[in-house]
Design a protein around this ligand. Sequence first.
Ligand SMILES: Nc1nc2c(ncn2[C@@H]2O[C@H](COP(=O)(O)OP(=O)(O)OP(=O)(O)O)[C@@H](O)[C@H]2O)c(=O)[nH]1
Ligand SMILES: [Mg+2]
Length: 578
Amino acid sequence: MDVLATAGHVDHGKSALVRALTGMEPDRWAEERRRGLTIDLGFAWTTLPSGRRLAVVDVPGHERFVGNMLAGVGSVPAALLVVAADDGWSAQTAEHVAVLDALGVRHALLAVTKADLADPAPVLADVRERLMPTSMGVVPGVAVSSVTGEGLPALADGLERLLAGLPAADAEAPVRLWVDRAFTIKGAGTVVTGTLAAGTVATGDRLVLGDREVVVRGMHSLGEPVERASATARVALNLRGLAVEDLSRGDALRTPGAFRRTTLLDVALTRGPEERLPAEAVVHIGSATVGARLRPLDGAVLRLRLASPLPLRIGDRLLLRDPGTRRVLGADVRDVDPPELRRRGAARQRAADLLARPGAAAELGRRRVVRADDFAAMGWPVPDGATLHGRWLMAPGLADELAARLPRAVTAYRKAHPLEPGPPAEVVRRVLELPDPELLTAIVRPPLELRDGRVVDGASALPSDVQQAVDRIRTSLAADPFAAPEAGDLTAAGLGVRELAAAVRSGQLVRIAEGIYLAPGIEAEARLRLTTIPQPFTLSQARQAWGTSRRVAVPLMEWLDRQGVTVRLPDNTRRLGT
Ligand SMILES: Nc1nc2c(ncn2[C@@H]2O[C@H](COP(=O)(O)OP(=O)(O)OP(=O)(O)O)[C@@H](O)[C@H]2O)c(=O)[nH]1
Ligand SMILES: [Mg+2]
């Protein structure tokens, strides 16, 4: 199916033409039919001679209802511009064309109506010329009369050609259905309608609205029940889990996780600005309308702060409208999660960066590490060379760079904390400025290892049960540094000769003599206590200063002699060495 919207000045015959083309009444409200004036969007459809199905969103031309017009054209890829032969190019012709141009609509057909009332040729020529510099470029035109039926076959023909030239919509893309109507149907509940511009919706699908989940209970397309519909399509969804009061025009039903809602974004104007920008404007996308504060960064680049969040992606086209002057500008979303700009000159630099269209690789480089789903939801593809680690996407080369930095960081930590086997993962995470310790698995490489929540040198690190036993011994030695564990305690803790040797190699214990193990730093502690007693001293005096038994004191004294900490005198007493 294809979908297009009408456009054009009030009373130029848009609805009459839709009626003549489809046989359906686009003016849904009694008030509209009574006044002969379209107020809100109308919907009609037909099958063209080729069999092609076409849905038409009929918009109001009256200047007061331009907001409704904007909601109608926001999601359609093509337009049917209607100009009356007896009136020609008019105020809302110009306004609607400016809107289509700002939205970047490239496919259009011109219908000059009321050909039974005036010669359509001059209007055809004039309007086609005025369209030339817009996004629509060279637009084919047909003269029609909805009263006599003249030109209707040529119109159908022109539509066939227009639709055949439309690029195919992406049926695999995530869904963002901008709601244009919400109502209740007795017995069915809440129903919303919209133009599906991309993606596929099927009954049973889970979608999100704001941060609520809803389920598609049933759906219709062009008045018929369907199981699924792919873009481009008009759809009516019957939703479970939602009251009609919870919804309104401008809400978006989205594939869960596929879009991020944002209130701050950077955009680049499609053109200009030729005049000073207003400080505030209304942002239109799809059927949504949100107030925004404009902060020009430099040239055509602006930062927008929205009054309420919108689900936006990089590459989205927005329409900025100043309701006072009715001026419209097109703007492309360049970043939905922009950095703060604090330094002097940061705004100008940011504008230059965005105008250079950095691309996904540069963007990831700037962010270093980002949640993969978040990056995709911003609208970026996965750049070449990026690496995925669990839920995280890392910039090309970053893991290698951090892995190369890590050994020095571990060595520095161990120097500062000689009693620990290595830095805790959380410390390393902070030092490397990573958002999640999970990422360390990508960065800790041999001989370093992640063990028991720490980054350790695999060559000297202990198996975790041994490490735990050693930790217990070290804890008791911290309380009483000279109370070397008894042989039985070591055996009970599972520490045999090999394990103890490994603990000594890793610098966590000091072997004083066979079966006597103390903590590193014992030398300084022993010396300190010996300075408190008269020199020279006996073994027994040293033992008392250390508060230990002969089992420990005898080998420790000899070990200290060997280290030169103490000097043995001929009478078997000792003094401290120099
Ligand atoms: N003679 C003649 N009258 C027409 C033709 N098309 C529309 N009209 C008349 O023009 C008037 C306005 O037509 P509509 O179709 O309601 O115009 P519109 O563009 O939909 O107007 P809005 O929706 O209010 O912007 C109606 O009285 C129509 O009957 C035509 O081809 N020939
Ligand atoms: Mg109308």
